[in-house]
Design a protein around this ligand. Structure first.
Ligand code: SAH
Ligand code: SF4
Ligand code: F3S
Length: 476
């Protein structure tokens, strides 16, 4: 990045801080008029990228003077949308239908839509036509502009729409409101260049671009100073991190730098594309005391024929070889995956190849998805879309196998004493705390809320399918 570009970003930050100030004055006026604070809420759909974006958006809203609430009956309601599968879209329209009535009762209410769905022209057209009560619409590339867009809406009294097709801008240092005090996601890259044939993400998140390592390290150091002990490095394909930066760097090298940060205890990352997972990364993970013993390695399908059609750029054999290498280096690693059932043209034989991989790898857990046709992707034009009944039948068989293996793998650790990060109060039983192993498996154990955010040695007494009941042995 040259000096002019740096200057531009610096100016952009100043510009947004200026709009935050203007909105702050407006919120203060409104709340004086109403005799109560103005409230805001963000409802997030989709992946960790969106969760992190919502923290940034809430950071801006809170700086502006809104008070966060859980209720959707708030003065500013933001939907951060996902479009990876059709049902993610449907959920958003469901909420909007409900909001139309709420807004009639609260004329102060503003509704904003952002995120991946808004990057699709057809969606924005539909909002413009059928959801006129929406106030602000923006996309994935310009979330840093929230205050400016809100101010535009206040001034004009009209629906404001601002969607960018793509960007190479990464605006650093805007406020962030974290959901958890002790753990945080950290974006290391944005976008995706892989164009798997079923996937809409590259179209809605734009081209792949990496953040500079020094910016990432600075952000993590600040988070650690603020009480964070676990971070999740986020990217659609973290294994290709660093490409295109002025000083090229690999993901493994970045991890080594992150490992050095004092006070940081746990490092996770998502997602690893099998085609780019290097020996260097395996080596760094193996020698690390902070990188968690968990690797999410989406297979999607076990059929070489389908993997080719999916444009995944690996084969069943090369994937299994990679898994072998990883397990040899780290025998205690927990592997997790994503699987799609019902990709166009999937036959029973293709499906059996997927089942074979599941049986061979023995995943700790697997996310199974029914293929969803996304307009604009190459797969949407493929013939032989599989019938609903066949898909349902395969999906059920796959899920049963995945759950059986997952329960057996979980069972293997019963009796062990392992470090658990206490994360939250158990929602069903107040006397229990819910935490996570380095392997990412959930553990429930007796404890009190003041323990949240600390790591304890817990004996895993009982496995219950995909989680444990344990007891604290000693404080770490
Ligand atoms: N970048 C990540 C995946 C992000 S999307 C990766 O490559 O692994 C998360 C998961 O959603 C994918 O792994 C895939 O299993 C699933 N997915 C994506 N598009 C889909 C579609 N059209 N239908 C069903 N599942 C899909
Ligand atoms: Fe989608 Fe493939 Fe990119 Fe993952 S790597 S986000 S599945 S295109
Ligand atoms: Fe969904 Fe966008 Fe993530 S489409 S899965 S929220 S990148």
């Amino acid at each position: 990045m040259n000096r002019t570009e740096n200057l531009e970003l610096d100016n952009e930050l100043k510009r947004q801080n200026y709009y935050i100030e203007l909105c702050r004055e407006w919120v203060a006026e409104q709340s004086a008029k109403l005799g109560r604070p103005l409230t805001c809420t963000a409802k997030t759909f989709g992946c960790q990228m969106n969760s992190r974006d919502s923290e940034k958006l809430l950071g801006i809203l809170i700086k502006i003077g809104y008070v966060e609430t859980d209720s959707e009956n708030a003065d500013f309601v933001l939907y951060n949308t996902c479009t990876v599968r059709e049902n993610a879209n449907l959920k958003v329209y469901g909420h909007l239908g409900y909001m139309q009535n709420l807004k009639k009762k609260n004329p102060n209410m503003m509704i904003a839509l952002c995120g991946c769905m808004m990057q699709e022209e057809t969606v924005v057209e539909k909002i413009k036509k059928s959801y006129r009560f929406v106030d602000v619409v923006f996309g994935t590339h310009n979330i840093f502009k929230l205050a400016e867009l809100l101010y535009k809406r206040i001034e004009s009294g009209k629906m404001v729409i601002d969607i960018w097709k793509d960007t190479d801008m990464i605006v650093e240092d805007l406020p962030i409101e974290r959901k958890f005090s002790f753990k945080s996601g950290v974006n290391i890259m944005f976008g995706c260049d892989n164009f798997c044939s079923y996937c809409i993400v590259p179209y809605v998140r734009g081209r792949e671009r990496s953040r500079k390592p020094e910016d990432i390290i600075k952000e993590i150091e600040n988070l650690v100073a603020d009480g964070v002990i676990e971070i999740m490095l986020l990217g659609q394909n973290v294994n290709s991190y660093g490409k295109g930066l002025e000083n090229e760097i690999t993901f493994a090298q970045l991890l080594k730098q992150v490992e050095q940060i004092e006070g940081l205890k746990r490092i996770r990352f998502m997602t690893s594309h099998p085609k780019d997972l290097s020996d260097e990364l395996i080596e760094v993970m193996k020698n690390s005391t902070k990188i968690c013993r968990q690797l999410h390695l989406p297979i999607q399908s076990g059929s070489n024929r389908l993997l080719k059609l999916m444009n995944r750029k690996y084969t069943k054999e090369s994937y299994l070889e990679l898994v072998d290498k990883i397990k040899t280096a780290m025998p205690d690693i927990a592997l997790t995956t994503d699987i799609i059932v019902g990709f166009p043209g999937e036959t029973e034989e293709d499906f059996q190849e997927t089942m074979d991989v599941v049986k061979k790898v023995r995943y700790d857990s697997a996310f199974t998805f029914i293929y969803s046709k996304r307009t604009g992707t190459p797969a949407a034009k493929m013939e032989n879309q599989v019938s609903e009944e066949e898909i349902k039948d395969r999906f059920d068989r796959l899920l049963a196998e995945v759950q059986k293996i997952s329960a057996e793998e979980t069972e293997k650790r019963v009796g062990m004493v392992l470090p658990v990060l206490a994360e939250s109060r158990n929602t069903h039983d107040d006397s229990l705390i819910t935490g996570r192993l380095s392997h990412n498996t959930v553990v429930h154990f007796k404890g009190t809320p003041d323990m949240i955010g600390n790591i304890y040695n817990v004996r895993l007494n009982e496995a219950k399918g995909f989680y444990y009941i344990g007891e604290i042995v000693e404080e770490r």
